[in-house]
Ligand binder design. Sequence first.
Ligand code: GLN
Length: 533
Amino acid sequence: MAKYIFVTGGVVSSLGKGITSASIGKLMESRGLKATLIKCDPYINVDPGTMNPYQHGEVYVTDDGAETDLDLGHYERFTNAVIGKGNNITTGKIYHSVISKERRGDYLGKTVQIIPHITDEIKNDIRKVSRGKDLDIVIVEIGGTVGDIESLPFLEAVRQFIVEEGHANALSIHVTLVPYIKSASEIKTKPTQHSVGKLREIGIQPDILICRTERPLSKEAREKIALFCNVSKDAVIQAPDVESIYEVPLVFSRQKLDQLITKLLRLRCGSRDLVEWKRGVLDRIRHPKRTVKIAVVGKYITLQDAYKSIYEALIHGGIANNARIDIKKIDSGDISGGNAEKHLKDVSGILIPGGFGYRGIEGKIDAVQYAREKKIPFFGICLGMQVAVIEFARNICGLKNAHSTEFNRKTPYPVISLLEEQKGIKLKGATMRLGKYPCSLKKDTNSIKAYKKDKISERHRHRYEFNNKHRKIMEIKGLVIAGVYSKANLVEIVELKDHPWFVACQFHPEFKSKPDNAHPLFRDFVKASISQR
Ligand code: GLN
């Protein structure tokens, strides 16, 4: 039987509950325990797949094709947990299921209510994730901030869950803020007291507090928080700002958080082993041998979270090459009228990530042309591959006005287009090509050199595809089809010859990169960029 840890947050959002949960997962694994993680999101969307990146940040895709919250990306990067459809529970999903059951007559005769029907559904979905699996720990992060109306049913479900499982089997961790007030030169514990008070009103007494602080917590402050929040002193953990998120498990381990959790949950386990994490990841981050500047040319550049996994995967590629990556974020809308050089002349590699919609497309095409002509290492991902194909069609094959039908339905050369089976689809939610697909790699390509095998599996999230109608001419003109999904004859990777490193893939490799195991394409892209430098 798995044991449960519930992670809630208070005072303000953006305290890093996701990183905290992922780090706790890492700590549990470092003790030889098997863990999984769940994120509960209180919004009414069934999944974040239909949300704008400005609303939500990146949509993280799992092997089984779930479109999920970006925190699930942290879970997979920090731990070995296999994350899938069941690991992201939203209000939308819960209500959708309860209402379908009501229409089917499952609750015949009853009034369907938030308590018990919605809360039962939440508890059931949480329990389902570990059912039949050999897991020791399930970490459940509740999105939002205590006090939000939206998250109330989730918190009530957590309260019931802890009562049902008992305190030795389920514990509550609250992430809170301890701000430093400059004018008073003091840190303030009151917001934390209020937040814990709010949580207790709902009936949840936290066992452990994770205090986000800018300044170290004094012994007195720690004691005060412990006394007024009803937790033991050793359960007041501080989480200062750190340079790298991958340091957080070590910050927690120094304060013996793992020991505390395993004691409270009466878990039998081995001693902690974070040696490889420290040596293989953190020491390399702290002492890079070189710095390399890489441009990410996208349209959601101003938002930190929109390309989360891309930025992390670049950092991983850097770790693998003992390099610090200086990411130059370029808004593709700023590239126009032949000014690509102005933006790109100081970078050693160019990456174009995924995206939707026409805005900024022509700037991306110009950036591809610049990378191709100036022989700068280039990595195109999803939409990044599609614009690479468009650029090649227009400027090398002479297919004037070639385009993707996503952006120009009447283009004479629809080099990127919808498959027949996508044409009839009207619903927007969960209808793209999603999740893992196999891909076969061609000999003598940069791709096979990176992966060191010819059969791979990668995750997808797109509607449009390389149009095989124009494949012949492109191959004749020198485009290398480096990877295909054979069963459907779909082009998954294109490359260029006579170029130091030009790889563009239809899938999203960034979702499978880890700090201690960089994705091979990111690793080799960074390596090529270093050689370029
Ligand atoms: N908009 C493109 C498509 O739907 C690319 C999607 C993406 O980059 N994720 O095919």
